[in-house]
Write a protein that binds this ligand. Sequence first.
Ligand SMILES: *[C@@H]1O[C@H](CO)[C@@H](O)[C@H](O)[C@H]1NC(C)=O
Ligand SMILES: *[C@@H]1O[C@H](CO)[C@@H](O)[C@H](O)[C@H]1NC(C)=O
Ligand SMILES: *[C@@H]1O[C@H](CO)[C@@H](O)[C@H](O)[C@H]1NC(C)=O
Ligand SMILES: *[C@@H]1O[C@H](CO)[C@@H](O)[C@H](O)[C@H]1NC(C)=O
Ligand SMILES: *[C@@H]1O[C@H](CO)[C@@H](O)[C@H](O)[C@H]1NC(C)=O
Ligand SMILES: *[C@@H]1O[C@H](CO)[C@@H](O)[C@H](O)[C@H]1NC(C)=O
Length: 506
Amino acid sequence: MRGMLVFIFQALLWPAIPVSALFTVNVQKSAYEAELHGDVKLVCVFSTVKRPSDLTVIWSRVNPKPDVDVYRLEKGKENHNYTSALFIKRAQLIQQQLNENKAVLHLKNLRIKDSGTYRCIVREGDEGDYKQVTLNVTAPYTPIKKSIRKTGQDEVELSCESQGFPSPQVIWSDGQNVNLTEKSNSSAHNTDEDLIKVISNLTVKRDLVNNYTCSFLTKGGIKQTATFSIPDEILHGCSAQYVWIVAVVIVLLAIAFISVFLRRRKNGQKSRRNESSKCAFLFPSLPSANSDSLLTVNENRPQTCDITSEELAEKSPSLRDILTQQYSQLDTDVEVKRKIESYALHSKEGQSLNISSILPDKKQTILLLGEPGSGKTTVAQILSSCWARRITADAFNIHRLHLVVLVDCSRAEGDFFQVVKSSFNYEKPLDVSDLKEMLLGPTDCLLILDGYQEGNKVLDETLKGFLTERQTCRVLVTSHPGQCPALEKTIRTVLQLIQRPEESGS
Ligand SMILES: *[C@@H]1O[C@H](CO)[C@@H](O)[C@H](O)[C@H]1NC(C)=O
Ligand SMILES: *[C@@H]1O[C@H](CO)[C@@H](O)[C@H](O)[C@H]1NC(C)=O
Ligand SMILES: *[C@@H]1O[C@H](CO)[C@@H](O)[C@H](O)[C@H]1NC(C)=O
Ligand SMILES: *[C@@H]1O[C@H](CO)[C@@H](O)[C@H](O)[C@H]1NC(C)=O
Ligand SMILES: *[C@@H]1O[C@H](CO)[C@@H](O)[C@H](O)[C@H]1NC(C)=O
Ligand SMILES: *[C@@H]1O[C@H](CO)[C@@H](O)[C@H](O)[C@H]1NC(C)=O
């Protein structure tokens, strides 16, 4: 021991002097622990001295190697000529404590690398002694940063990240306290401040309900834990990245939806505008001078086109679509215009009526009589055509009906519904019960029975049954005078269609 001390003094270019056994240095504590950025006071206690001004104190760090000079007081005077740059301004001897026989080294703003073994040498005159203490600078682990990452179809990777010093023990467990540490995978690297940053991952099944806890343990008992509730946290606890992706997708969908909606609205308005002008062309407001004309359609000016409630509450799109398809090909606008102008409509009593009176009210039946060739079939076709093309300003305002069914009855026989069904130009078989339900129920529809002749028993009776049973359906029957005597008796509204004489010039 004495030999070593002599060697140290020589190494410090100190004159070789005998050290008295009477002068001793002791420590209160041999190990110190302090936190990063904190401070610490390392204490050596020495024997009473006669002249404190003669005192020499040397603090140096001797482990890790190489040794560095931390603080030096030579015969009462500070000498920074040997002090390591690492400790300049951070190391001080507390002068007042020298009077209490204590050589107290005050280290400030601690760094992780300040950890090590410190030696104090105290001398007075030709007597001296030394002791060593250890210092551990630690950094508590930061609160754990959790993240969840999808790694497979049914797997997620839970990740815990924290930094501190010294290196921790990371333990994973589940809700039943099963130790899952062996299944985890950790990586560590050093930060600028010599801290250890640890990321520990555990891969689990994404739809298995469980709690997973990661714990960071260090020797000093400093502990950080975090728990994942799976699968709850996969949705809300996801990393901000996922939240962002979801948010962006939602915004994009909203933009797409709005633009499609606006375009459809725009197109819809455009096409309805087209239809309105088509209608206006079809049924021009005739000059008032023509007010006696049966074709005056002043009351039927183009009206604003809105989606009707029937269109929104589509009940049987298939039937409606089939008929729309079937009737929209019947006539061209020019033909319709020309034809409709050539008809006159009279009541049974001979009073002239607007052509729009041809459309029955709800649950009303109209019998339209006309001589052969008077154009009953043509008018029936015009009605269905106007309906099919959804012309919003037709003379009959027929577009608002949900369904128009035109049935050619000239050679019809058998059950009424079968006859109606056979009027559909449709390759696939239609369900009669659907049709029945539609015509008997509350759907606003128009059934046109064109060219009806009484005399077929089954048809007459089933039709009669239908006319009494139906809830709403409008029915227009066209026939030659005298061919439907029974109907003529029961139906109140009987109209006559007359082909007007050719008007020259117009
Ligand atoms: C420190 O070194 C300088 C020059 O190397 C010297 O002049 C000065 O006296 C020294 N200080 C002490 C306290 O020894
Ligand atoms: C200081 O750290 C060393 C190694 O890092 C360890 O062996 C020792 O127990 C620690 N001392 C204290 C007081 O924490
Ligand atoms: C869990 O297992 C790891 C290694 O497999 C072990 O180091 C640790 O002590 C265990 N922890 C508990 C709480 O059993
Ligand atoms: C941990 O990761 C390494 C490299 O990524 C891999 O080789 C090893 O198998 C993994 N261990 C576990 C338990 O997942
Ligand atoms: C742990 O997960 C993180 C992020 O999910 C990844 O960057 C890192 O490479 C993973 N580490 C290991 C050891 O698998
Ligand atoms: C998970 O933790 C929550 C909160 O402590 C608890 O209510 C729940 O029962 C736990 N679930 C499982 C599967 O352990």
